[in-house]
Design a protein around this ligand. Structure first.
Ligand code: PTT
Ligand code: SF4
Length: 621
């Protein structure tokens, strides 16, 4: 045992053989990378040969927890799922709230690393030190809800991660689903699992969570849970959760509308948090260990899925509602349900559907299949049919399953409004008038996901037009917290973001769990190490770097908003470049976004610089 606080073990699984071994987690790795995303990138850097195809047996799928995961402290039931991404060809991860995170730690592991390809569809069952590989061809082809139900009946109280047909069919933005509504791994972690012929992972642990001072954690947890309950915003939050953002985004002109062409949607009032709460919400759910559970379980009132239950969040409504000009909540919920059952990411799906609708409407592509379903803005039924085709790679769905970057390359059109950065489709915030948020999306380490990038609220407060170094410094501080603390410690960031739960709790939690005094400065150092290593991973995969990889699509620069109070606004290339220059300087990266050798050495990554140089990559001093 390296210290209480970590389990001290990594479970290694090769599904080709199939076999497993248990490896010791080194003290250095725990201290230098903490957990979660830190462990994932360290393992991928050290072990993955560059150029490995993401859907080959050699790629590694990593499930990683951190020293706070699963403890009796607010919102700790989270887990990082990471791999080399088939969508971006760089580093990809997602953060999922699931019982599997707690069960994994109880089973005695900080992380699981899975490689190989099973001969037949397989369920991996992890029960403490026992690992079984159960052939399950009968589950292949079934949706995530059916499979989870069957596995729950068979295995009782377990943590379950499962893929749907989208993962089986290697849709590049397939996700992993848990508990019928928790989703993780936007950059195609579901496709990686599918490529290994793994339909589900079932985890059952019977041990205690590793904590150095259990009494202290109990005491801190009690106080912390109480503090959450007393927060001003608590009641509103548990009624609407992230859905309260629909009105906020509409008011602030950043609600994605018609493939991010506009930031306001005329009919947003039909799909906002109030409509959801009053007409659709039937219960609340959420991740383990959370007393501010934000999962909005809604009942579909009309249409194909009438009577079905589905869990809805802001991103799902922004991307499958306003971004497609759909104003029927029933249609949005139906699309969301289809995505969950088939196991595909709602954000990328909404982008792909928006992109192809725009191409079709502007007659930039002629496809009989799209005429046949009458694809147009706001037509929920057509979107459903197309979404289904994508998840089964049927007809034109086969090309759309590649994501907007590859699809636009395949047809040689639409690059300027293919809304992606580094290959990952953009989350639900329009940035025509938000240069800081655009920079945040563009420098996010997995591509354009809001996880590391939700800068918009602060930017609106600071001033959208403000082009200052201070703005960049604030963004970096935010990335250090989001991408460093929450993705490595691993726990949910929403208590802090949404209710203002004090950040000072986290060093106290970490010390009680591990016995190690960890200041925020230490956390920032770990975070910088992780950010630099992720960037080096991308550089190794891409054979270099260019500024273009850190720039958002041309639409936001070239086409002014035509509606709303910010009408006429668009990004300025000059201002954006100024911000990007400052960002690179503050990160210690050169003018092309490559980490300097001195920067890598400062964060303990000299060996990484050495490897890049030995591959012919030139690093500036
Ligand atoms: C996350 C991304 C998000 S983030 C949403 S809604 W969000 C979308 N949800 C999807 C879904 O649902 N079904 C589906 N088929 N695809 C989906 N894609 C989208 O995936 C999520 C919550 C939320 S709800 C957010 S903001 C916070 N995210 C956290 C994070 O990233 N890190 C962290 N430490 N804490 C977080 N807390 C919050 O968790 P990805 P979840 Mg998710 C139905 O996985 O790949 O990171 O993409 O995990 O358990 O669903 O919780 O308005
Ligand atoms: Fe999960 Fe929401 Fe609770 Fe975070 S606040 S742990 S996302 S239920």
């Amino acid at each position: 045992m390296i210290s209480e606080g970590w389990c001290g073990k990594i479970l290694r699984i090769d599904v080709s053989k199939p076999k497993h071994v248990v490896q010791r987690l080194s003290k250095e790795m725990a201290k230098e990378y903490l957990g979660g995303r830190g462990f994932a990138i360290k393992i991928l850097w050290d072990e993955l040969s560059s150029g490995t195809h993401p859907l080959s047996p050699q790629n590694k799928l990593i499930l990683a927890t951190g020293p706070l995961t699963g403890l009796n402290i607010p919102s700790s039931g989270k887990m990082v799922i990471a791999s080399k991404s088939p969508l971006t060809m760089g580093y990809g991860d997602g953060n999922i709230g699931t019982k599997a995170s707690v069960q994994l730690r109880k089973a005695g592991y900080d992380a699981v690393v899975i490689e190989g390809r099973a001969k037949k569809p397989t369920v991996i069952l992890i029960e403490d030190w026992e690992v079984s590989f159960i052939e399950a061809p009968h589950l292949w082809g079934k949706n995530t809800f059916e499979v989870e139900e069957e596995l729950e009946e068979e295995h009782g109280d377990a943590g379950i991660l499962v893929i749907g047909p989208a993962g089986e069919n290697h849709v590049r933005y397939a996700v992993i689903i848990s508990e019928r509504g928790r989703s993780g791994g936007r950059p195609g972690m579901g496709a990686v699992m599918g490529s290994k012929n793994i339909k589900a992972i079932v985890i059952k642990g019977s041990g205690e969570l590793p904590v150095l001072y259990p009494e202290k954690i109990k005491e801190l947890g009690r106080e912390a849970y109480q503090e959450i309950l007393k927060k001003d915003n608590y009641n509103y939050w548990i009624r609407q959760g992230t859905m309260m953002t629909v009105d906020w985004s509409q008011e602030n002109s950043d609600l994605p509308t018609m493939n991010f062409k506009e930031g306001v949607f005329d009919k947003a009032d039909n799909i906002n948090g109030d409509v959801m709460e009053e007409k659709y919400k039937v219960k609340r759910t959420g991740c383990p260990k959370c007393n501010m559970q934000c999962g909005n379980v809604c009942e579909i009132r009309e249409g194909l899925f009438e009577g079905s239950l589905v869990e809805v969040d802001y991103e799902n409504v922004g991307m499958l509602g306003s971004n497609l000009a759909i104003d029927s909540m029933d249609d949005v919920l139906a699309l969301n349900l289809l995505a969950d059952k088939q196991g595909v990411d709602t954000i990328s799906l909404g982008n792909v559907l928006g992109f192809v609708t725009e191409l079709h409407t502007r007659e930039m592509i002629q496809e009989q299949e799209l005429d046949e379903i009458s694809l147009k803005w706001g037509n929920g039924e057509a979107m459903m049919r197309l979404a289904e085709k994508i998840t089964t790679r049927d007809g034109i769905g086969n090309k759309l399953a590649e994501g907007v970057r590859l699809f636009s390359q395949l047809i040689g059109k639409g690059k300027e409004f293919a809304m992606q950065i580094k290959g990952l489709e953009i989350s639900a915030y329009d940035c025509h008038a938000a240069p800081g948020m655009a920079l945040a999306f563009a420098t996010s380490p997995i591509g354009a996901h809001h996880k590391d990038a939700w800068f918009i609220a602060l930017e609106v407060k600071m001033g959208r037009d403000l082009i200052t170094r201070e703005k960049v410094l604030k963004l970096i501080e935010m990335q250090r917290l989001r991408g460093g603390l929450f993705e490595a410690a691993v726990c949910c960031r929403l208590p802090w973001i949404e209710l203002g739960f004090n950040l000072e709790w986290y060093p106290r939690f970490l010390e009680a769990a591990t016995g190690i005094k960890v200041s925020m400065e230490d956390v920032f150092k770990i975070s910088d190490r992780i950010y630099n290593l992720i960037r080096c991973f991308w550089i190794r995969e891409y054979g270099g770097w260019s500024r273009e990889m850190d720039v958002p699509p041309a639409r936001w620069f070239d086409e002014p908003l035509e509606k709303g109070y910010l009408r006429g606004k668009r990004l300025s290339r000059k201002d954006y470049n100024t911000l990007l220059n400052w960002y690179y300087e503050e990160r210690g990266w050169d003018e092309n976004g490559m980490p300097r050798r001195s920067t890598l050495s400062k964060v303990g990554l000299s060996y990484v610089a050495g490897e890049l140089e030995s591959r012919g990559v030139t690093l500036k001093p």
